[in-house]
Design a binder for this molecule. Sequence first.
Ligand code: SF4
Length: 426
Amino acid sequence: MARDVQKIVLRGADDHDLTKLAEYEALGGYKALAKARAMTPEQVTDELITSELRGRGGAFFPTGRKWSFVPPKDKLPKPHYLVVNADESEPGSFKDNEIMARVPHRFIEGCLITAHAIDSEHVFVYIRGEYSGPYEILVGALEELRNRTDIRGDVTIVVHRGAGAYICGEETALMESLEGRRGNPRIKPPFPAVSGVFGMPTTINNVETLIAAAPILLNGAEWYKKMSLSSPKSTGTKLYSVCGNVQRPGTYEVVMGFPFKEFLYDLCGGPLHGRKFKAVIPGGASVPIQNMEEAEATLMDYEGFVAGGSMLGSGGVIVIDDAQPMVTVIARLARFFAHESCGQCTQCREGTAWTTKILERIRDGEGTVEDLDTLLDIGEQMTGKTICVLSDSCAVPVVSGIKKFRGEFEALIQGKRFHPVTAAVA
Ligand code: SF4
């Protein structure tokens, strides 16, 4: 039987309609904001640093430290901007969708607390264009605050819809897009804290990161830090979106350090009838694939996923069972990245295209023995050499997939076929 799961981000959302301001306030909503505004921006930032909250968008940078990078206005007398990255486009990831759709006021409260901490009066929420439902709910929640200057203060929140490009989830591409240009990633430096959107000092955070600010401020950093079953460096809870070949796909919130085996088999209900789990991509499409031996030994936090041969990434858990040919799965991921490459870097533009071509050749039974070494070589050339990490993101699942499931690739090259019914290569 699954253990009780403590919720922070989604607290109350199962029993109340927290898209409504009245219900959110009845549950203590916006009290954390009042508490934060009674503190100095430095005190708020220090509380976040003490909580050891790390960014939930995939980079895991300490949130309080990121806020502290924005120079104070007496040193850099320009407007400070807060940009929220809600362009959730990683395959397998949909937890920010759930946050904005179910607890929009807690999210807005997190934005307003952050705006106070970095001394900003301008917040841009860059939301994925396809998220029309969460967009409407978020705009509706902001509309409820139109006459509540006690909550809004002097802060203006603009919700900006993207146009469907995965690359706009990369923070500098997002800023380009927000400024009205094609969403091509920028070379860094300059870093956003000094010269970000419209050339102004900017803090960019993910939706799930900011929403943690309210409970941390309300209950204190020490309370938040205690919420972990494993590494003291991984604090609080984490949301995971689960999809693929599993009984109960959906969004789950669990404390850091939760056993991945218990998560997959108890909370998510285990494999479909008559099937076995074969592999998991635990952090969206751009992290290494885990075989089940690795996955079942993993504790769900930043360090735990690395120790288990992968990364936490965006928390988009893609479950693959024994009826899925691994070559087909990986070829589909590669095609996605090839389609989404902005084309500025040769390694990425050519690498993603050639990787896709070769994988699809192997999938169609026309591969050669040399193809596997060629793929590994291309993967190496695509890693760590480009403006942003989309190139690496394509190479990572390909390289890890070949290393961990090489037998399936070789069988196809030798003319054998994968049989989904028996889940065997023959
Ligand atoms: Fe564009 Fe790919 Fe280079 Fe990123 S790595 S800037 S997506 S070409």
